[in-house]
Design a protein around this ligand. Structure first.
Ligand code: GDP
Ligand code: IMO
Ligand code: MG
Length: 426
């Protein structure tokens, strides 16, 4: 019963979209299990480029079915917009995309509360994507959320929306002194989704388990990254879901015994969007390497356009996310972006209060004091499009081998450009 999970091993934007799109032709189903339209997964082929936010990265392969699982939070406006754009590109979506009847919905009040809360937090703001993710998961766990299935019954939806909006307006007004929302207008807008969304709604847990029993192959696509996991990430500077391996089981309703492969996507350096600790960050470094990585790697958020913070590869953090996820394979991405640098650094320990450690601290105050201790490697020249490890410069091979040995996980794939063709299977 083979389920393969693809997980970001760092702070997101590792290239999950590219890797999932590449593996999709070997799969029957590609399923998203957490997060929402905070994700921006880029897929590039020929001269085309597309950023997916909610729809799984298997949608551009006609033989693959896509599932949005119960663990995802769905903004119906964003979903319908994405479906229509993909249809306009000439891809069939109906009959190939199923969304869980149990997935929770993101409503405009979630975004309003998030905005107000971020403003209220001021210097302590998380720097979210503003897609309403946190407040939607809060409602889910407070057991006041509205689910996809509720969209299909206009009377139920009216009642639930009115209760929810009344409560959120009281919070917006009373706590945040922010603008409130119009109940009637929102109800009118959202009741109209019933017919639009109906063809896509399914009991996806039943569907996935039947498919697995039938011998079909499922790829579970993580969004965000392990260090943004609400339990295992750099809390509170995290997202509100579980990108790590366990999230796949609860976010789809597939058993852990069905999972036989966990691929960790590792960007060849580190990036982070939004606030929070980042020990290997190169911020205003005298040689301008942080800015160089941003320019060459086009490190700007695929969802918000914000510049991504850039830094060296952090093997301390990666050893930790390898343990949490149980990576069976690594897919290294964006190796080409490092080309042309004289030397490369890799963090193998942290120095905290004068003492060296190889453990990733799981409290914010300690992590904020962590200074990286580096091993230095020789740089390498152009690697774009290399089709085997042997085709890489020896110094690039050394860099990859060191990371793989350090993490004790084999490398299955190396990506040297955004396009499908710029990838080697190892
Ligand atoms: P995701 O969120 O993990 O799917 O990653 P994003 O799509 O947000 O960011 C990855 C970016 O890097 C996208 O613009 C990709 O097209 C691009 N990309 C992916 N792999 C490579 C690679 O190996 N080299 C280069 N130069 N770009 C890549
Ligand atoms: P993909 O799937 C990078 C970050 C935000 C913020 C924090 C919380 O493309 O890798 P949220 O809106 O989720 O409440 O924001 O998480 N973040 C991401 N960073 N890639 C993403 O997705 C992200 N999704 C959320 O910048 O720091
Ligand atoms: Mg992204």
């Amino acid at each position: 019963m083979p389920v393969t999970i693809v997980i970001g091993s760092q702070w997101g934007d590792e290239g999950k979209g590219k890797v999932v799109d590449l593996l999709a032709p070997e799969m029957d189903i590609v399923a998203r299990y957490q997060g929402g339209a905070n994700a921006g997964h880029t897929i590039a082929w020929d001269d085309k480029k597309f950023v997916l936010h909610l729809i799984p990265s298997g949608i551009f392969h006609e033989g693959t079915t896509c599932v949005i699982g119960n663990g995802v939070v769905i903004d119906p406006v964003a979903l319908m917009k994405e479906i229509n754009t993909i249809k306009e590109l000439g891809f069939e979506v109906e009959g190939r995309l199923f969304i869980s009847h149990n997935a929770h919905l993101i409503m405009p009040y979630h975004k309003a509360v998030e905005q107000a809360r971020e403003r209220y937090r001021d210097a302590g703001a998380i720097g979210t994507t503003g897609r309403g993710i946190g407040p939607a998961y809060v409602d889910k766990f407070a057991r006041t959320g509205i689910r996809v299935v509720d969209l299909l019954d206009r009377d139920v939806l009216r009642r639930k929306l009115k209760d929810a909006i009344d409560e959120k307006n009281a919070i917006l007004r009373g706590v945040y002194d922010a603008e409130t929302l119009d109940v009637d207008q929102m109800i009118e807008e959202y009741v109209a989704f019933d017919q639009e969304i109906d063809p896509f709604v399914k009991n996806t847990t039943e569907y996935l388990n039947a498919a697995l029993k039938d011998g079909q192959r499922v790829l579970a696509e993580g969004a965000q990254g392990s260090l943004l996991d609400v339990d295992f990430g750099t809390y509170p500077f995290v997202t509100s879901s579980h990108p790590t391996a366990g999230g796949c089981c609860t976010g789809l309703g597939v058993p852990p015994t069905a999972v036989d492969r966990v691929i960790g996507i590792v960007k060849a350096y580190s990036t982070r969007v939004g606030n929070g600790p980042f020990p290997t960050e190169l911020d205003g470094d005298p040689e301008g390497i942080g800015q160089k990585l941003r320019d060459v790697g086009h490190e700007y958020g695929a969802t918000t356009g914000r510049p991504r913070r850039c830094g060296w590869l952090d093997l301390v953090a990666l050893r930790y996310t390898t343990a949490v996820n149980g990576f069976t394979d690594l897919a290294i991405t964006k190796l080409d972006v490092l080309a042309g640098l004289d030397e490369l650094k890799v963090c193998t320990r942290y120095r905290i209060d004068g003492k060296e450690t190889d453990r990733f601290p799981n409290d914010l105050a300690t992590l904020e004091r962590a200074e990286p201790v580096y091993e230095t490697f020789h740089g390498f020249g152009d690697v774009t499009g290399a089709d085997s490890l042997d085709a890489l410069p020896a110094t690039a091979r050394d860099y990859l081998r060191f990371a793989s040995d350090f993490l004790d996980v084999p490398i299955a794939m190396v990506s040297t450009g955004p396009k499908r063709s710029e990838t080697m299977m190892v």
